[in-house]
Write a new protein. Structure first.
Length: 307
């Protein structure tokens, strides 16, 4: 069998995973599978929240949100599918020709790695689906095209777990909070009452505030101020408005209050911020909603590639 490789360290190239079998199936409500053991690795993706249960050893994982499941060779495991609805899942069985090296690169696959990873991530889901599409439409190219994509999928999933452990522990924001953040961004010039945001979310004021503290680490009022100041930072660089006009554009009537608050949050005055970070490249840019991406828009990321 020919093993494809990609460039690795100076010591040796990295061998790609070898795909054995793939599938996308929906099991009848109340059915199950196992207990069983397998001789290779298996990556599964359950795209829908359900009451299905994955058991491995003495651990039981309820798949009540979109999740990836990792099963390793020799692990005894079983599935108990939702009794009320069919349980759809996508799966890929694969081997690791360069196992020692790949386990070094992907600690997620080690025996002490996680068995269930909650991840409602459309990029990862689409990569999984595309591997299955290649298997269906171009089976003779599966090892060439699908294996490299599988390694990328595993690398990205591994990165979400280990590259930033703090982020990996943060749950996806509830849609009520996302809606509140969108409203703040869209009405940044207007008075915004926390009680009104809570009412729009359908939550009580107390639950709304607790949720902001849980997911964002700050109260709704602190979040409003933070969003106003961040928008002001953009306007200071994108526009040639006076400090007073910038303050007004982000919802502050009192310029002096805005100036004091800006210095408290950013550590320097608004004038000093503009002078320090002013760059012609920022001209003609416009602010965008912070919730649209997981990275800061309108920022140029320097030194992301090192020769």
């Amino acid at each position: 069998m020919i093993h494809h490789t990609i460039k690795g360290t100076a010591a040796a190239p990295v061998q790609l995973p070898t795909i054995h079998i793939v599938g996308d199936i929906a099991k009848k409500a109340g059915s199950g599978l196992g207990p069983r053991t397998i001789e290779d690795y298996e990556l599964l993706y359950f795209p829908d929240a359900s009451r299905s249960i994955y058991r491995i050893g003495d651990q039981a994982y309820t798949l009540n949100e979109p999740s990836f499941v990792i099963t390793r060779p020799g692990e005894t495991h079983a599935y108990e599918y939702d009794t009320q609805q069919p349980a759809r899942h996508l799966f890929i069985h694969f081997g690791l020709p360069g196992e020692e090296q790949l386990l070094e690169l992907l600690p997620m696959l080690r025996l002490d790695g996680p068995s269930c990873i909650a991840a409602d991530d459309q990029l990862l889901a689409q990569m999984m689906k595309h591997i299955l599409y290649i298997a269906y439409a171009h089976p003779d190219r599966l090892q060439e095209r699908g294996s490299s994509m599988l390694l990328t999928l595993l690398t990205e999933l591994n990165g979400q777990l280990y590259d930033n452990p703090q982020l990996a522990q943060i749950q996806r924001l509830p849609h009520q909070i996302v809606k509140a953040l969108d409203y703040i961004d869209e009405h940044i010039e207007e008075p915004i009452a926390v009680e009104m945001l809570a009412n729009r979310s359908g939550w009580s004021h107390e639950h709304f505030t607790r949720s902001f503290m849980q997911f964002l680490g700050r109260t709704p009022r602190e979040t409003i101020i933070q969003r106003r100041i961040e928008r002001a930072c953009q306007l200071l660089l994108y526009e040639e408005w006076s400090i007073k006009e910038v303050a007004y554009r982000v919802g502050f009537i009192d310029e002096n209050y805005f100036s004091r608050l800006f210095k408290t949050v950013k550590g320097i005055t608004a004038t000093a911020y503009r002078r320090k970070y002013n760059n012609p490249v920022y001209r003609n840019l416009v602010p965008v909603k912070e919730t649209e991406t997981m990275y800061p828009v309108n920022r140029i990321l320097y030194n992301v590639w090192v020769k």
